[in-house]
Design a protein around this ligand. Sequence first.
Ligand code: ADP
Length: 347
Amino acid sequence: MPPRIEGQLSDALVEGLGDPCLGIDRSGEIRIFNAQAGRLFGLRPRDVIGKSIYEALPLSEFTRALIAQIKASEPTPMEQVMVFPGDRLFAVQLSPVRTDRGRNLGAIAVLRDMAGVQKIEKGLDQFLVDVTRRISVPLTSIKGFVETLLEGPYQDPEITRRFLQIINEEANRLVRLVMSLEESSHAGEPHALNVGTVRMERVLQAAAEMFRDVAAGKNVELVVQEDAAVPEFQGDAEQLRRAVVNLVDNAVRFTGVKGHGQVKVTAVHENASLRVAVADTGVGIPPHEQERIFERFYRVSEGPAASLGGTGLGLSVAREIAEAHGGRIEVESRPGKGSVFTIVLPL
Ligand code: ADP
């Protein structure tokens, strides 16, 4: 292959990398500076190529490390996370370039944006802090009530009953938490479906059944209504129940906080789709948060719902299940008025 073509191919490769990429020769002159590098440093490649790195770029941890690659007598490739203009984090990979005989030709740097990773780690940190708190609160309370009972009042059946009820509720919270942690360990993986015949009516009734008492205790009316024309279809009934449970759980919680209201679960067959909707008259979700609530670990941090959030996993799991069935999930909500979550499944 003629060398000219090779040169053009490697130019195309450098531009096509999608990551900032720089190359200097052994004198420190910039030979490669792709468009992504230009964007990162706020410079045009053609203003930089051919100039010395000392003059073209501000001195920084990055330029010093790159220069070290051409200065050191025995340089070794390295990878390190560094901070760049605008407080952006990049994983920087630096490699010396030598001929087979060890002649120093220069050095190259490839930078990988860590923004995505940072976001996940931040979410994870917050999540762990939260989980720890959520475990310790009910545990402390269970321990407190058990100790108090052991100290004597168990002789009074009424007090004992009340304490046992509290202990039971706290234990339920722990169970729910562990269940959602278990879900989180599967979240992100494609849902393996155990496909069979689904009768939506049963799925909805089973999901609603779990919340009858809780809803009544919060003065929330829970209604299930299925369109008579909904046909049976092939899907994973257990997973679909899980998705609906997550929606009803939220609806009851975020309506109960108002002291009264209604949660209505409906299934309608429409244009070759099945629309399963969970509508509530609860606190609603601010418009700017509606995009984000389906992200893993995301919870609305302001307003009346802030203190009621669980682990921030329920909706992301519901969305994964809808998508695994070839469907999707939608939300419509008005703050203060209520929300409607709809799972749309192709039939
Ligand atoms: P979790 O309920 O465990 O916090 P989800 O993923 O189920 O996590 O929900 C994410 C967030 O979306 C909740 O914390 C809450 O702020 C908001 N949200 C979900 N459903 C509703 C609803 N029906 N009404 C109001 N806010 C809701």
